[in-house]
Design a protein around this ligand. Structure first.
Ligand code: ADP
Ligand code: MG
Length: 237
């Protein structure tokens, strides 16, 4: 199993927000955390990234216990919304940034940036600044910054929520294609049921810091365990 959480807990200032979550996302899988605003999706993702400490439980990536491992050593990469690009840097330098920071050899950096640009169809845009790109291209650059690091797991926190409806649909297709092409494990957070249904091979429905149900999209759609899951993604029967 690629990513495994065992009884993971988190509280902020005495308020329990994650109540003991256990889940598994298989190697190469596309897991989606879906649930209403405030249910703990980002907190869970940030704990997997190591950006937030756990207050209990265990997080494993490809069998390695990373619960106490620094974010930089977890071999995960988080994709932020496209506005998190550096406006004064070119597309190339935006994508190369983390590799330069890690003092990767120049040739390796060039190779990885060009490879990411090829996958994301950004080869013609490498010298441009983010302001010269379309919204979809900017979002692809944000994904490119993660690809160059060759992570074992990609983490996405509502990366499409700032895009207009048409572009969201297009980016969903691109993410599916990217997942197929790279074969890397992905974990994706959204409050959007349609996004969850179209992207996931495994959905985790969250409510108030607990997993209400986990399963394949159609499994949940056809056989919701309870009213909450039914109301959220299930058929209205
Ligand atoms: P979601 O991403 O599902 O909208 P979050 O994980 O951001 O939910 O938040 C879950 C709960 O934890 C919310 O009640 C939120 O207010 C609280 N929370 C998140 N981060 C912090 C923090 N750094 N300090 C205090 N409370 C927080
Ligand atoms: Mg969130």
């Amino acid at each position: 199993m690629s990513v495994r959480l065992t009884d993971v807990r988190k509280s902020f200032g005495g308020l329990d927000v994650i109540h003991g979550v256990s889940m598994e996302i298989p190697q190469g899988g596309f897991g989606v955390f879906v649930g209403p605003s405030g249910c703990g999706k980002s907190t869970l993702l940030r704990m997997i990234a190591g950006l937030e400490q756990t207050d209990g439980g265990k997080i494993e990536i490809e069998g390695r216990d990373v619960t106490a491992v620094e974010p930089a050593d977890r071999e995960v990469a988080m994709v932020f919304q496209s506005y998190a690009l550096y406006p004064h840097l070119s597309v190339y330098d935006n994508m190369a940034f983390s590799l330069k920071l890690a003092r990767a050899p120049k040739a390796k950096t060039r190779e990885m940036v060009h490879e990411a640009a090829r996958i994301l169809q950004l080869e013609e845009q490498l010298d441009k600044k983010p302001a010269q790109l379309s919204g979809g291209q900017r979002q692809r650059v944000a994904i490119g910054r993660a690809i160059v690091r060759q992570p074992k797991v990609f983490l996405f926190d509502e990366p499409l929520s700032n895009l207009d409806a048409e572009l969201r649909v297009q980016m969903r297709l691109e993410l599916t294609r990217l997942h197929r092409q790279l074969g890397t494990t992905m974990i994706y957070v959204t409050h959007d049921q349609v996004e969850a249904m179209t992207l996931a091979d495994r959905i985790f429905v969250l409510r108030s810091g607990e997993v209400q149900q986990a399963g394949a999209p159609l499994e949940l759609y056809d056989n919701p365990d309870n009213r909450f899951v039914g109301g959220f993604i299930g058929s209205p029967s």
